[in-house]
Design a protein around this ligand. Structure first.
Ligand SMILES: [Zn+2]
Length: 418
């Protein structure tokens, strides 16, 4: 056989080979959390949702093959866990006695296999099954890669992490959201690992945070990018041989259990089309907020397309925010200050929030959104800072929550009208 043909066959068979899945266990964790686990060979493309009448959770695991069907009876609130494979899709159904809180399934590699975990919590009195919206926050660069070195030696990797933490804090303390950080410290993370992590966490949106650099000091302002394979292929045509090799090396970095997004784009073209249009809406919503931000100027007033492979997921709306030019002294000063970074974090948060109001996720808190958020007061919080965080006035918060001349305390939940 021709050597080239043989290589192609090996590559194809690696993709086509069914990903075997099997039921693992049900475990009780702390705080009444119940964890249902399945084992896989590779990270898979998953769709999960809840249904009512009767109450149940459904997880569809694509391109997998279940060894033998599952039908296990469990204790309250789970009636039964069922799983069957048909046409390469394994459907896991968790039948429930009543409505519960649940989390999107995560996939993690335990050294030998991929563990698919589905967590649910029994919460009395719910009118529906509900789950949080999961936002993956990607602080650009890190570790050995400093990114742009700006005025006064300010490093992009430090700025991006601080903005990411601002955004994480707001999401974490606001009901209905769950934030996952792609990096939490000054770590080196490959581009592949960034979007692969978002998939493993089951992210509903992926936000990559960066800051620009340019040889002209005068160039300034923020911009928002999304990825498309058209822009990527037109860029690819103009790539130098060296760049091409660098990208090839990145693709080779994919681990054996990773999910192949490039292959998935051919497999699920409609899913990808939807993702591109949703990314655009998300980008526009974030830009709309940046336009209102009193600190930040815009570099480009429309959402741009670019070949940022970190945004390449087949189904997760993904946006890259360039928060300003570190080579511009004004922008560098702004991004060095907490107030400036908080404004970027706020614009991204409000952009995300407005996006999910327009493109609601069934069974999330925001589905029945009524123009307010619940925020949980943290140690050290003051109302004026919370007001800045959400872009509202102190007066509004005080009035809505009847807080005039009263002190606030950690754990207290206040309502923010936005
Ligand atoms: Zn960057």
């Amino acid at each position: 056989m021709n050597k080239f043909f043989l290589i192609i066959c090996i590559i194809i068979s690696a993709f086509v080979k069914a990903n075997e899945i099997k039921f693992h266990e049900v475990k009780k964790l702390e705080n009444e959390v119940i964890q249902i686990s399945f084992l896989l060979e590779k990270v898979s493309f998953i769709k999960s949702y809840s249904l009512v009448d009767p109450s149940r959770l459904v997880v569809d695991v694509y391109k997998t093959n279940l060894k033998s069907s599952v039908s296990e009876v469990y204790n309250y609130p789970i009636k039964k866990i069922r799983a069957t494979s048909e046409n390469g899709i394994t459907r896991i159904v968790v039948d429930l006695y009543e409505f519960i809180n649940w989390k999107k399934p995560t996939q993690s590699f335990n050294g030998e296999q991929v563990v698919l975990n589905l967590e649910l919590t029994n919460a009395k009195g719910l009118k529906n099954n509900i789950r949080d919206i999961v936002i993956a926050i990607d602080a650009g660069h890190g570790g050995r890669d400093p990114g742009t070195v700006g005025s006064n030696n300010i490093l992009e990797k430090d700025v991006t992490l601080l903005i990411a933490k601002e955004l994480e804090r707001t999401l974490r303390d606001t009901s209905g959201y769950q934030a996952v950080m792609i990096r939490n410290d000054d770590d080196t993370v490959s581009l592949n690992d960034r979007y692969q992590s978002a998939r493993r966490y089951g992210a509903d949106a992926f936000i990559s945070i960066h800051a620009d650099g340019f040889r002209l000091e005068s160039v300034n302002g923020a911009s928002v990018f999304i990825w498309s394979d058209e822009s990527s292929s037109s860029v690819a045509r103009n790539l130098s041989e060296k760049e091409r090799q660098r990208i090839q090396a990145q693709i080779k970095n994919l681990k054996s259990y990773d999910f192949n997004e490039d292959y998935a784009r051919d497999l699920y073209p409609n899913t990808y089309k939807k993702k591109i249009s949703q990314s655009k809406v998300l980008g526009i919503k974030i830009l709309d907020q940046l336009k209102r931000d009193p600190y930040t100027k815009l570099h480009k007033k429309n959402v741009e397309f670019a070949d940022f492979r970190v945004l390449k997921s087949v189904d997760i709306p993904s946006v890259l925010v360039e928060s300003g030019f570190l080579t511009n002294p004004g922008d560098a000063e702004r991004l060095k200050s907490k107030a400036g970074r908080r404004m970027i974090g706020r614009s991204i948060f409000l952009g995300i929030h407005n996006y999910f109001k327009e493109v609601p996720i069934s069974g999330s808190i925001l589905e029945d959104y009524q123009n307010y958020l619940n925020y949980e007061i943290q140690q050290g919080d003051v109302i004026s800072e919370i007001a800045i965080r959400f872009g509202v006035t102190v007066d509004t918060i005080n009035k809505t929550n009847n807080l005039k001349n009263k002190s606030i305390f950690p754990g207290q939940v206040i309502r923010i009208d936005i």
